[in-house]
Design a protein around this ligand. Structure first.
Ligand SMILES: C[S@@+](CC[C@H](N)C(=O)[O-])C[C@H]1O[C@@H](n2cnc3c(N)ncnc32)[C@H](O)[C@@H]1O
Length: 199
C-alpha cells in the first residue's frame, strides 16, 4: 500500500498557506469535503491540524484515491476519512452535507462546467460556511508563466484551461457566495480565494 502513496511539490508548497487560511476561520467543526484531493497531502495536513474537523477527501482518479488511502493508512489521524470517488461534474457529491468545501488546483484541469458545479454545491453550504478555492486564475494581464500554462492545458484538451476570475466571482455572488478573502498564492498568478455562503 505504501508504494501507492504519491507526493506533489505544488501540494507541499501551498500547504502552509492553506492551513493559515483555515486557521483564520477557527474554530472549525463539522465535515470538510475536499474535491479533487490528488495525492491526499492537503487532506492529511488539514485533518492533522484540525482534530475537531472530519475531513473527507475525494478524487475521480483511482490512482489519486489509492494515494490518499495509502497516506491515510500510514499516517492518517482518525478524523481523516477514506477517499470517495467524487466528480465535480456528477451530482453525487452535492448530497454530502459539508460544512466546508476545499478545492485546490482543480478548476483549470476540469471543464468550465466543473466551476459552475462547485459553486452550485457551495450554495447549499450552511449559512456562513466557507468555500476555500486555490489555483491559477486569469485576472488582468497574465504573467508569462500562466500564458504558457494555459496554452499547454488547451493543447492537451480544449476543455481545459485557466479560468477568468471576474466571472467566477460574479457567478459565486449570484449564488449567495461572497468573496471574503483574496490573497496571492505561492506562484505568480495563483490565488487563494475564500468565499462565504451568505448568512
Ligand atoms: C493538480 S491536481 C490537484 C490535487 C490536489 N488538490 C493538490 O492541490 O495537490 C488536480 C486534481 O483534480 C482532479 N480532478 C480533475 N477533474 C476533476 C473533476 N471533474 N472533479 C473532481 N476532481 C477532478 C484530478 O483527478 C486531480 O487529482
Amino acid at each position: 500500500m505504501g508504494g501507492m502513496k504519491r507526493t506533489a511539490r505544488l501540494a507541499l508548497d501551498n500547504r502552509d498557506l492553506l492551513l493559515s487560511a483555515l486557521r483564520a476561520l477557527a474554530p472549525l467543526r463539522g465535515l470538510a469535503l475536499e474535491l479533487g484531493s490528488g495525492t491526499g497531502e492537503h487532506a492529511l495536513a488539514v485533518a492533522r491540524a484540525f482534530p475537531d474537523l472530519e475531513v473527507q477527501p475525494s478524487d475521480p482518479d483511482p490512482e489519486a484515491r489509492a494515494s490518499i488511502a495509502a497516506w491515510r493508512e500510514e499516517a492518517g489521524p482518525s478524523n481523516l476519512r477514506p477517499p470517495l470517488d467524487l466528480d465535480l461534474l456528477a451530482p453525487a457529491w452535492r448530497r454530502i452535507a459539508a460544512d466546508l468545501l476545499l478545492c485546490v488546483n482543480v478548476l483549470h484541469l476540469a471543464p468550465p462546467a466543473a466551476g459552475e458545479a462547485l459553486l452550485e454545491g457551495a450554495a447549499a453550504l450552511p449559512p456562513g460556511a466557507p468555500l476555500l478555492l486555490y489555483g491559477p486564475f486569469l485576472d488582468g494581464p497574465p504573467p508569462a508563466r500562466l500564458v504558457r500554462f494555459d496554452a499547454e492545458l488547451r493543447a492537451h484538451h480544449p476543455a481545459l484551461g485557466l479560468r477568468p476570475l471576474a466571472p467566477l466571482i460574479e457567478a459565486a455572488a449570484r449564488r449567495g457566495l461572497r468573496l471574503e478573502t483574496r490573497q496571492p498564492g505561492r506562484e505568480p498568478g495563483d490565488l487563494l480565494l475564500l468565499f462565504r455562503r451568505a448568512p
